[in-house]
Unconditional design. Sequence first.
Length: 267
Amino acid sequence: MEKFCIIGYPVSHSASPKIYNEYFKRINYDGFYGMEEIAPENFENRIDHIFEHYDGFNVTIPHKERVIPHLKMIEEGARIVGAINCVVSKNRKGCNTDWMGFVRSFPKTDWNGIIVLGAGGTARAVIYGLRKIGVSRITLLNRTYTKALSLKKWADSFGMEITAKPLDTLKQVLKYGKILINTTSVGMRGEKFDLSMKDLENLNLIYDVIYFKTPLQEMGKAMGIKVVDGKEMLYNQAVENLKIWDVPLVESLFREIFNDVMGKMRS
Ligand code: ATR
């Protein structure tokens, strides 16, 4: 049997075991996907056990960086983004399927005028993904301006030119932007950006990494703007995990199971 799991702290909220186990069952694949909650203070003691007992695993908060010294190979994007979320145990290879999932889910459109909100780990995966599809210039806004400036410096190293601005300039910046990508947690608990419909008038696309409905997504939809939510990035990173682990991929079935499980969660 092929064994996989997710390691993190906490992990009990993760939908991954339900999704993968149901999928394995439906394609008659001899596999199991479990959950391993590892408190930060136990990480060094437990990580070898994970490599020994599982063929592959996903890594979530707060271990995405700590796993790096335990790897022998690191996929280029994961190295640049500085975070690992998918590991193959036999060769100790670490990858970042967040950026891959972003690339798979980002609509193929005119990519001029991209505004990215946020400067955390998700922003790094998104910005690297944008560079990989050929975007070379974006505007980045963050509440903590100094973090936006550090990302600007970071992105220079792989040829992405960032215009960094504080988040409170969003209304002005939106006058020239066409695509708004939110990588912050704003909206997860119903929080709103200080925006009205008028401010979004110029946009062709809103890509919001939050899985569930947010005021930004709702406003965009009400205006007829194309809205892509975080379920797409999550789904597509999961597809990339299956590919990396060499699990047979039946996309239509995997999509159906993903939608079914996610639909039963908070929506
Ligand atoms: P992740 O790995 O999901 O990106 P993170 O590294 O903690 O998480 O980054 C969270 C991002 O959301 C940051 O850009 C953060 O802004 P700061 O750098 O100023 O902290 C942003 N964020 C979180 N809560 C926010 C809020 N209420 N308003 C604006 N930005 C917020």
